[in-house]
Design a protein around this ligand. Structure first.
Ligand SMILES: Cc1cc2nc3c(=O)[nH]c(=O)nc-3n(C[C@H](O)[C@H](O)[C@H](O)COP(=O)(O)O)c2cc1C
Length: 213
């Protein structure tokens, strides 16, 4: 090879190296937040998550709470409407009130923080306003993202259902003074697990069908 061939080859290698470096630097803050934290591999995280209902006294710090909330809002939504609003509950008197109001949300009393995931009726996608659109699915995607992010960060969580039970919705609205435009989908309790959770075996190939019936 002539010397200018060598120079061209070296220049190409240098260019590729710079491009790869620049691509990694342009990774979003959110993606970095996940990888900087020793988060477990995505599939392992999905397969090992389980509902956690009992927590230690250790409080989840603000930065970890923020990562969980941000992961929630990274979820997909119909037409990217993001029709959600997050009510974060940290005060013990409110946690106590929620725990005593809902038989199936007693764990909220001992959690580090709870998040009430609300659909925001003022932020529905335009053409969805007549029938409510996809806010339940959008907020559910957010909720699952939070459970998975929490698990990746060593925090346990559980989803306690509120919507579509009107009576539960009204009781929670009363405790938190939620404005009319917000419909609470659930109460999500989070905290460091007091014991390791055992993921349930759910895979059932009999519930899968390929192509037309
Ligand atoms: C819509 C919905 C409502 C739920 N409501 C409650 C609840 O009120 N209280 C509770 O302890 N768990 C609740 N869960 C958690 C389920 O009981 C739990 O996800 C299920 O038993 C499967 O267990 P796993 O999460 O450990 O895989 C709810 C989950 C969903 C998706």
């Amino acid at each position: 090879m002539k010397s200018y061939h060598w120079i061209m080859l070296l220049l190409t290698v240098a260019l590729v190296a710079v491009s790869v470096r620049l691509a990694s630097l342009s990774t979003s803050d959110d993606a970095k937040a996940g990888s900087d934290n020793g988060g477990t591999d995505a599939l392992e995280c999905i397969m090992t998550r389980t509902s956690i209902r009992s927590y230690t006294d250790r409080q989840v710090d603000d930065s970890t709470v923020n990562k969980i909330l941000r992961a929630g809002m990274a979820a997909p939504t119909a037409a990217n409407a993001q029709p959600w609003y997050l009510e974060v509950v940290t005060e013990q008197n409110l946690k106590d009130s929620i725990a005593s109001a809902f038989e199936y949300a007693k764990m909220v009393q001992g959690c580090s923080f709870a998040v009430v995931v609300c659909g925001d009726m003022d932020h529905l996608f335009k053409s969805d306003k007549a029938d409510g659109g996809f806010w339940v699915q959008d907020c559910s995607a957010l909720s699952e993202n939070m459970l998975l992010a929490a698990h990746a960060l060593g925090v346990g969580g559980v989803w306690c259902g509120i919507y579509p039970m009107k009576e539960r919705e009204d009781r929670l609205r009363g405790i938190l003074g939620l404005p009319d435009n917000l419909i609470p989908l659930n109460v999500m309790a989070f905290g460091y697990p007091s014991a390791e959770g055992e993921p349930k075996q759910k895979w059932d190939p009999a519930k899968v069908h390929y192509n037309a019936f």
